[in-house]
Design a protein around this ligand. Structure first.
Ligand code: TNX
Length: 678
């Protein structure tokens, strides 16, 4: 059986003989007594029940049970950047042995073990393996914007479960932004009561989430973004505004409001708020934001302009630098290490401030020059809606050698002089991601990225990425992720009981990329009145990865290399797509919410017909002519959202959807051309 663990372990050998998984587990934990490990083992039991399809129970009796021996030592650095995460795992006919230098390694080993299970002819089987594993990067994160959209606690729990499954260890919550402030503050309750717009986490809920994540080896790093992106804070406390007029109806201003850096009270407010929040989140790292400060907010306000002139602060950048430096020092006095978006580099800030690079990799060097550690996010923006393989291809600097023994954990780890990258974080901004879309906008793509963060380059494998991700996706859905169920619910709302043809279309289309589907952005960029878009269109249901299209494209590729056995399968799919127009139009006649997709399904059908012609199934002497036109159209559709600046002045394809079988169709057409020349 194929034994696949994702992220791929640094070292793994697989024995061809799998062992039968009995229902009884004879567990022996050697090491310290640990409530955390006890809970982890109990979770493992119930997850193994889910994975194996049989009720698993612990037993004291050796007979008929699978011995699982876990050996570990307590890691005093558990849940810090320097925790020990390595483990070794052996599965053979004598049982399972898991060894780790700390709690995190035990958790990772159990998650690997879960992935070795599958069912076969009446049995649950466990692949026999030897694994020796440790992470490539120390900080393997996901940034989630819970301001632009609010996510229920249970929704976040599901993401934390899936994160643990792929060995991620940091959940960075972007808790405040123009749209809303999302945490209960006792000191400044108007923040949640006014700025929360009805949806925020209570302090109890935050403590619950922190503990939930901690149990799974995941640190929560909170972000409270200042001095820009503060519209919602200012709705609650307008006295600290740089520009007093706050008009939520003008959507463009929601991202622009900034604090008044000339008001001494502003610093008191931010410091008090940060102190309260620093107490709520135990992690050493505290994110202060610092991105995208609008200069005009300061320069066009006479009071602030005067303040800057009197102090010889020559530019907006210098003003932000002065602000940042005061705030970072305050955060440091709270016993925290500050982290900020790369704009904070403009300030003379303590060297232990971590820089989160997002605008471009060139900022890594800037940070290095200042002696700062870096968390790399540039390129790993999930809201760009690129498919998994695009993220998987991004080069990743190797981790610095962190000296294992350093004990002053008030500073970021010592850095090698050249590569200060301590880790990386994917980011999901959620302007157009609702609660029920979250699972599908994060997964399975986050799994592909998790592998890049964990696995050394030599063990990464892009050729098998999609089949492996397909497996991962099924497994995390088994464990409770709701990507598929939620997408189905959204479609059911659009066309209850009448969505078969729409489902066929959605399986092989993806939303346009790089904010091309963010209509509000486009309105703002063109200085038109902007309205918040409803998230109920086909493009909101479609996924950035299409497993069906990837499988088709791979078969077309195999066919072009001479594998004739795949031809019937290619034809079967092409016929399904070619014939999807008429049933789709019937569904759309009943349910206008689908009408958007009529152009898309016609394009799909034309593309499929070209494929059938290339395979000689359709007789059409003019097919090459048609193929050219169809391919050129689909290429143009992709070109319209190829990057974030192109989208501004490009017309997006019908329903904001891209045709994902395009590469396969191109392959078939090219192959067919070649045979004609002979
Ligand atoms: C820039 S990335 C932002 C966010 C937006 C994102 C996408 C970063 C540090 N700031 O506030 O959500 O673009 O619109």
């Amino acid at each position: 059986m194929p034994a696949e663990i994702l992220p791929r372990p640094a070292h793994m050998t697989v024995d061809s003989r799998a062992i039968i998984l009995p229902q009884l587990l004879q567990l022996e934990v050697q090491g310290v007594r640990s409530a955390l490990i006890r809970r982890a083992v109990e979770r493992f039991r119930s997850q193994l029940t889910r994975m194996s399809g049989q009720e698993m129970t612990f037993s004291k009796v050796r007979n008929g049970s699978l011995p699982i021996e876990i050996r570990f030592v307590h890691d005093p650095r558990y849940l810090t950047l320097d925790m020990h995460e390595g483990y070794s795992l052996d599965v053979d006919d004598k049982g399972v042995r898991l060894t780790a230098q700390g709690e995190a390694g035990v958790l990772h080993g159990l998650s690997s073990l879960l992935q070795l299970v599958h069912r076969e002819s009446g049995h649950a089987l466990l692949a026999a393996v030897h694994v020796n594993d440790e992470p490539r990067l120390h900080w393997r994160g996901l940034m989630l914007d819970v301001s632009r959209h609010f996510f229920q606690v249970t929704t976040l729990e599901r993401q934390i479960d899936a994160m643990a499954f792929v060995k991620l260890n940091v959940l960075h919550l972007h808790l405040s932004d123009g749209e809303a402030f999302r945490v209960e503050s006792r000191r400044y309750p108007r923040l949640q009561l006014i700025g929360g717009h009805g949806e925020y986490y209570t302090q109890d809920q935050i403590r619950h989430l922190v503990a939930y994540a901690a149990d799974r080896g995941i640190r929560i790093v909170p972000e409270f973004d200042t001095p820009g992106h503060v519209f919602s804070l200012l709705e609650a406390y307008p006295a600290y505004a740089a520009v007093p007029s706050l008009n939520r109806d003008d959507r463009a201003t929601i991202n622009r409001a900034a604090l008044d850096p000339s008001n001494p009270q502003t610093y008191l407010f931010v410091t008090n708020l940060y102190r309260e929040m620093a107490g709520l989140f135990p992690d050493r790292y505290f994110h202060i934001g610092g991105d995208e400060v609008r200069g005009a907010q300061w320069t066009t306000t006479p009071r602030i302009a005067r303040y800057m002139a009197e102090r010889h602060i020559a530019s907006v950048e210098a003003m932000q630098a002065a602000y940042t430096s005061r705030i970072v020092n305050a955060v440091t006095r709270m016993g925290k290490t500050a982290i900020g978006w790369d704009e904070v580099l403009r300030a003379d800030i303590p060297r232990n401030t971590v820089i989160q690079v997002w605008r471009g990799r060139e900022h890594i060097a800037d940070a290095a020059a200042g002696g700062h550690a870096v968390v790399l996010s540039s390129g790993f923006y999930l809201d760009h809606l690129m498919p998994s393989d695009a993220y998987y291809r991004l080069p990743l600097p190797d981790a610095p050698t962190v000296s294992p023994g350093h004990d002053d954990d008030t500073v970021a780890p010592p850095l090698s002089s050249t590569v200060p990258v301590i880790g990386a974080e994917a980011a999901l901004w959620t302007e157009i991601v609702s609660d029920e879309m979250l699972d599908g906008r994060l997964w399975p793509r986050m799994g592909a990225i998790a592998e890049r963060f964990w696995t050394p380059d030599a063990a990464c494998d892009s050729a098998t990425l999609y089949p492996r991700l397909t497996t991962l996706y099924e497994r995390i859905e088994l464990l409770g992720l709701q990507a598929r169920a939620n997408a189905d619910a959204m479609l059911a709302r659009l066309a209850p009981g009448q969505a078969d043809a729409a489902r066929i279309l959605l399986e092989v289309t993806s939303p346009v990329r790089n904010y091309g589907h963010n209509h509000e952005f486009m309105q703002i960029r063109h200085k038109k009145p902007a309205i918040r878009q409803t998230l109920d269109s086909l493009a909101d249901i479609a996924q950035p990865d299409s497993f069906r299209a990837e499988a088709f494209n791979a078969e077309a590729e195999a066919f072009s290399r001479g594998d004739k056995a795949v031809k019937p399968d290619l034809i079967r799919w092409l016929i399904l797509w070619a014939n999807d127009v008429e049933p789709f139009e019937r569904e759309a006649a009943q349910y206008p919410g689908l009408r958007d997709g009529i152009g898309t399904v016609r394009d799909l059908s034309n593309m499929a017909k070209v494929g059938l012609a290339a395979l000689d199934v359709e007789q059409d002497t003019n097919w090459r002519q048609r193929a050219k036109a169809v391919i050129a159209d689909a290429d143009a559709d992709y070109a319209a959202s190829v990057d974030t600046s192109i989208v501004t002045n490009s017309v997006q394809p019908p329903a904001d959807l891209l045709q994902r079988i395009l590469p396969g169709i191109k392959t078939l057409v090219e192959k067919s051309n070649r045979s004609a020349e002979r």
